[in-house]
Design a protein around this ligand. Structure first.
Ligand code: ATP
Length: 294
C-alpha cells in the first residue's frame, strides 16, 4: 500500500494570453502548492480500478462522481495506457479540499494517483513521464505532480520550477457558490482583461526577496469575471487586507479568495472573515517539490 498527500494549489497570478486553435487558452500563471490536502491511498488489485471516497468533510462532496468520470480514476486509466499494462489499483480518497473552488481539488487527486502508482508498481518513470500522463487528464495535473512554486505556461502543462519562496501563512475563504472553470474562461473571451500580471518581473522580485513589491503585482484576469457572479469576493479581499493580509486574491477561476500573511497574523485574518458566511481554512505554503527524485 502507498499513501500520497494530494496538496491543493493557489494561483499567485493567472494570465490568459489568448485562445488557441485547439480550443485551449494560452495561459501564464505562477502556481503555489499549499499544505491543505486530500489523502490518497493506493493498493494493488487484481480486479482492475476501483474507487472509494470519504467526502463527508466537504460541502457538496456527495456530488463528486465515483466512476471513470472521477479525475483520480481517469489518472489510473492513463497510467495503465502509458505503461501498456493492466495495473489494477484500489484507490481510497479522503477529501479535505473544497470542490469547484479554484484549488485544483480533482487535479491533485489525479496527480497523487499518478505519483502513487509509479511507486506502488515500482515503474521508475521520470518526473517528465509522470507529467506527460498527467497532461492527458487535465492541464493543472502536471503542476500538482510537481508542487512547490512553478511558472505554468502553454495550457498550464509547460512548467518552470521556481526557487522556493519564503513560507507564508495562507487564509482561504470560499464564499457560497461554485464556479465551473469552463464557464469562467468562456465568459472571459467575451470580456478580455486590459490589465495583466507582470509574471517575469514577479519572479525576479521573488529571487531578490522583494516580496512586498511582488505582492503588489499579483493579479488574476479571471477575478473580475467571477466577481460578477459572486460579489462576496470583493468584500472578502478588502476585509482580509484591512486585517493585515500582505495580499488577497482570488485563486484560479474562483471563487476561493486566499490571503498570504506572516504565520502569526493568520488567526487574526481568519477571525476577520468568520462571520462572512464563507468557509474558512488556515494553511501554509509548501515549497518542496513532490515529483520523483530522478
Ligand atoms: P481547478 O482549480 O483545477 O479549476 P477546482 O478546484 O475549481 O479545479 P474541482 O474541485 O477539481 O474544481 O472540481 C471540479 C469538478 O470536478 C467537480 O464538479 C467534481 O464533481 C469533479 N471531480 C472529478 N473528480 C474529482 C475529485 N477527485 N475531487 C473533486 N472533484 C472531482
Amino acid at each position: 500500500m502507498v499513501k500520497e498527500v494530494a496538496r491543493a494549489k493557489i494561483n499567485l497570478t493567472l494570465d490568459i494570453l489568448g485562445l488557441r486553435a485547439d480550443g485551449y487558452h494560452e495561459v501564464s500563471m505562477i502556481m503555489q502548492a499549499i499544505e491543505l490536502a486530500d489523502e490518497v491511498e493506493l493498493k494493488k488489485s487484481l480486479r482492475g480500478i476501483s474507487l472509494t471516497m470519504d467526502a463527508t468533510k466537504i460541502i457538496g462532496g456527495e456530488n463528486i462522481p465515483l466512476d471513470e468520470k472521477n479525475l483520480a480514476w481517469k489518472a489510473a486509466i492513463e497510467f495503465q495506457k502509458f505503461c501498456g499494462k493492466n495495473l489494477g489499483v484500489e484507490i481510497s480518497i479522503t477529501k479535505k479540499i473544497p470542490m469547484a473552488a479554484g484549488l485544483a481539488g480533482g487535479s491533485t487527486d489525479a496527480a497523487a494517483v499518478i505519483r502513487g502508482m509509479n511507486r506502488l508498481y515500482e515503474m521508475n518513470l521520470s518526473e517528465e513521464e509522470l507529467c506527460k500522463i498527467g497532461e492527458r487528464v487535465g492541464s493543472d495535473v502536471p503542476f500538482c505532480i510537481i508542487g512547490g512554486t512553478c511558472l505554468a505556461e502553454g495550457r498550464g502543462e509547460i512548467l518552470t520550477k521556481l526557487p522556493p519562496i519564503k513560507n507564508f501563512g495562507v487564509v482561504l475563504a470560499k464564499p457560497h457558490g461554485e464556479i465551473s472553470t469552463a464557464w469562467a474562461y468562456k465568459t472571459y473571451d467575451e470580456n478580455p482583461a486590459k490589465t495583466h500580471p507582470p509574471n517575469k518581473e514577479i519572479i525576479e522580485q521573488f529571487k531578490r526577496g522583494e516580496y512586498d513589491k511582488a505582492f503588489k503585482n499579483f493579479y488574476n484576469v479571471l477575478e473580475n469575471i467571477t466577481l460578477k457572479k459572486i460579489p462576496a469576493i470583493a468584500d472578502l479581499k478588502s476585509t482580509m487586507l484591512a486585517a493585515g493580509a500582505n495580499v488577497a486574491l482570488m485563486s484560479g477561476s474562483g471563487p476561493t479568495v486566499f490571503a498570504l500573511t506572516d504565520e502569526q497574523n493568520a488567526e487574526k485574518i481568519s477571525e476577520s472573515v468568520k462571520d462572512s458566511g464563507a468557509q474558512i481554512f488556515l494553511s501554509v505554503t509548501r515549497s518542496e517539490f513532490l515529483g520523483t527524485k530522478n
